[in-house]
Design a protein around this ligand. Structure first.
Ligand code: 5GP
Ligand code: MG
Ligand code: MG
Length: 192
């Protein structure tokens, strides 16, 4: 499926992963997490806002009790490239000391965001910190990141849907799409 967006320059969304492919990955990750964290009462921390849809599906497949919290960061502006500056904009409210923390990310791109989050949690003396990321773009990593639970390994493309945005839009799409300038973008863009 391809969707042409009526914005300038025009972008097209091409489906990368279907609902079925996403559910299969979510079930696989949930099974691994349920097994590894059994008896540990983990604190599952979603990174706002991109991970919200993924987290909601993931926790409903878990067979173990968990506590849920969130952390907010800002790294991207309204475009598709990182500014490299990471700020923690919202802190979790749960007790962190001595906890087994599982960070839920939508996507690891440069890795700078997850690095800043790891640094934040290590200061609070947790028992362990692990990362679960729905998608990973290894070609773009700038720092070393250890993703214990990794969903899809994807090429260096900008993706939207299933929680991921472009300029705060398209998070609601139930599938994952790549977003690229439409082939006729040059022609249309020179119209005005
Ligand atoms: P980082 O470059 O620090 O690894 O990525 C930080 C954040 O940028 C990700 O958690 C995600 O919210 C956003 N991001 C990175 N790559 C993409 C992408 O391809 N699409 C969208 N929508 N967001 C992305
Ligand atoms: Mg994110
Ligand atoms: Mg974003």
């Amino acid at each position: 499926m391809t969707i042409i967006l009526a914005v300038k320059p025009p972008f097209e969304l091409k489906r990368l992963y279907s609902r079925e492919e996403i559910s299969e990955v979510v079930r696989r990750l949930s099974a691994q997490i349920s097994r590894d964290f059994a008896g540990k009462d983990p604190l599952v921390v979603g990174v706002l806002k991109g991970s919200v849809i993924f987290l909601s599906d993931l926790v409903r497949e878990l067979s173990i009790p968990t506590e849920i919290d969130f952390i907010g960061t800002s790294s991207y502006g309204n475009g598709t490239t990182s500014t490299g500056q990471i700020k923690i904009t919202a802190e979790p409210t749960a007790r962190l000391a001595g906890r087994h923390i599982l960070i839920i990310e939508d996507i690891v791109d440069t890795g700078l965001c997850i690095e800043a989050i790891m640094k934040y949690f290590s200061k609070h003396k947790p028992a362990s910190i692990s990362i679960c990321a729905l998608m990973d773009k290894p070609a773009r990593h700038q720092v070393r990141v250890k993703i214990a639970y990794s969903g899809f390994t994807i090429p260096d493309k900008f993706v939207v849907g299933y929680g991921l945005d472009f300029s705060q839009h398209y998070r609601h799409l139930p599938e994952i799409f790549t977003m690229e300038e439409a082939p006729d973008a040059g022609q249309l863009a020179s119209d005005d």
